[in-house]
Ligand binder design. Structure first.
Ligand SMILES: [Zn+2]
Length: 416
């Protein structure tokens, strides 16, 4: 992969095996529903994905390192053969030659990543003899051709070096662009024998890395701030992934199953309240059962409002808690959504149902288990809320289950 660009059909075949394994397990011949697109899953966690390797992008990122070797010049294994085959007498620092030497599978592969590579290289001009005036990124990391496109269009020497063009005393009307223009007009070149420097813009040390190029090619600069906090919760990975799916409305609620035309129940009414359409928002935040559960915990930790949607839950609603409670709530809301989902499945698959009280008890046990498994430093921060949760268990056990099913469960503040 680091030498040749893989054919598209090879990448597709490998991706298909990985995708089927992810959603179906070892039984690849009976694929299950794919909840999220492969491209989305291949994004980094910071960008809202699961950080699964995107083979095509990884292949391109690996090929990018050849360009780094080329522009740095120097002596490296096979370098002479390489330069003779593909550059001849032309300088290797010029990444904008229209025609390169002979074509080969290798060369065609690395040419495809050249445009993305060029964008991420900046030059520090010293002698000015190995930096293209218009095309290389040397004016505060940008190319003059991008800053003054109309001037570039009218230029007769589009591939001239900085040394060539500055010495020609060109009358550029830089007055319209005072900052970058003054930078060029006041620029003083060093001796022509001093080589210009090249830096990789995507890393702090200026050196090329496959990882940084992969991230650039894969994510395209998109950012998603909420997703990382969902996937990094201090509970089991399965619960974190479930919550990630709920946040993105990808869980198989009856409504989503109907949208995918595979709802065998032929009904999309919520199995918990039998009153509304079963969407992710309804089931996990708005349903009467969910309201009782959220109401209990909001009351237990102060008179907080309940979340009214999943978007609200991961956004504004969480921001109302102070630092001492946010860690506990991060566990609680994961446990709440996970247990509601399990209890929602019980009547469908096992013909069983539980009261709100018993679901709350399960939630508290789950959260306490996660807290016990947390590192000591985190456990200390969660001491106060975990004590509250333990004490509330006494209240819940003494609460009549039948009564609990009919009325709101509101713990008195003395219980807290
Ligand atoms: Zn409902």
């Amino acid at each position: 992969m680091s030498l040749f660009k893989l054919p598209r059909w090879v990448i597709k075949s490998i991706d298909k095996i990985m995708r089927d394994f992810l959603w179906s397990g070892p039984d690849l011949h009976h694929p299950k529903i794919r909840l999220v697109s492969w491209a989305r899953l291949c994004r980094s966690r910071e960008q809202g994905g699961w950080n699964i390797l995107n083979l095509e992008v990884f292949n391109n990122a690996l090929l990018g390192k050849w360009w780094w070797k080329i522009i740095l010049g120097g002596r490296w294994c096979g370098g002479e053969i390489f330069r003779e085959n593909y550059f001849g007498s032309r300088p290797t620092w010029n990444l904008y030659h229209k025609q390169y030497g002979r074509r080969s599978v290798f060369w065609n592969g690395i040419l495809k990543v050249l445009p993305a590579f060029r964008k991420n290289i900046s030059s520090s001009v010293k002698g000015g003899s190995s930096t293209l005036f218009w095309l290389d990124n040397w004016v505060e990391g940008r190319a003059p051709a991008d800053i003054w496109p109309h001037l570039f269009e009218s230029s007769r020497d589009k591939e001239g070096t900085v040394r060539d063009l500055l010495n020609m005393e060109l009358a550029f009307p830089f007055g319209d662009f005072p900052r970058e223009g003054s930078l060029i007009t006041t620029f003083r070149l060093q001796n022509s024998t001093i080589k210009d420097g090249r830096h990789w813009k995507l890393s702090s040390n200026g050196m090329f890395s496959v990882k940084s190029f992969y991230q650039f090619l894969n994510d395209g600069g998109l950012h998603c701030r909420r997703t990382p906090s969902i996937l990094k919760g201090g509970c089991t990975r399965k619960v974190n992934l479930f919550n990630w799916l709920t946040w993105d409305n990808k869980i198989l609620t009856l409504q989503n199953l109907a949208d995918r035309r595979c709802n065998v129940l032929h009904d999309i009414t919520c199995v918990m309240c039998h009153a509304e359409v079963e969407s992710a928002d309804h089931l996990l935040t708005q349903c009467s059962m969910a309201s009782q559960i959220w109401g209990f915990f909001c009351q237990l930790f102060g008179d907080h409002r309940r979340p009214n949607s999943l978007l609200d839950m991961w956004g504004n609603w969480r921001s109302q808690f102070n630092k001492s409670l946010i860690s506990c709530w991060d566990l609680l809301l994961r446990a709440v959504t996970w247990n509601i989902w399990l209890e929602r499945n019980a009547p469908i698959f096992d013909c069983a149902c539980s009261s709100a009280t018993s679901i709350i008890i399960k939630i508290i046990h789950l959260v306490l288990m996660w807290i016990n498994a947390a590192p000591d430093s985190k456990k200390a921060k969660l001491e106060e809320p975990s004590g509250k949760l333990r004490r509330s268990l006494d209240f819940l056990f003494s609460h009549d289950l039948e009564q609990g099913a009919q009325s709101d469960l509101v713990p008195s503040q003395s219980e807290g």
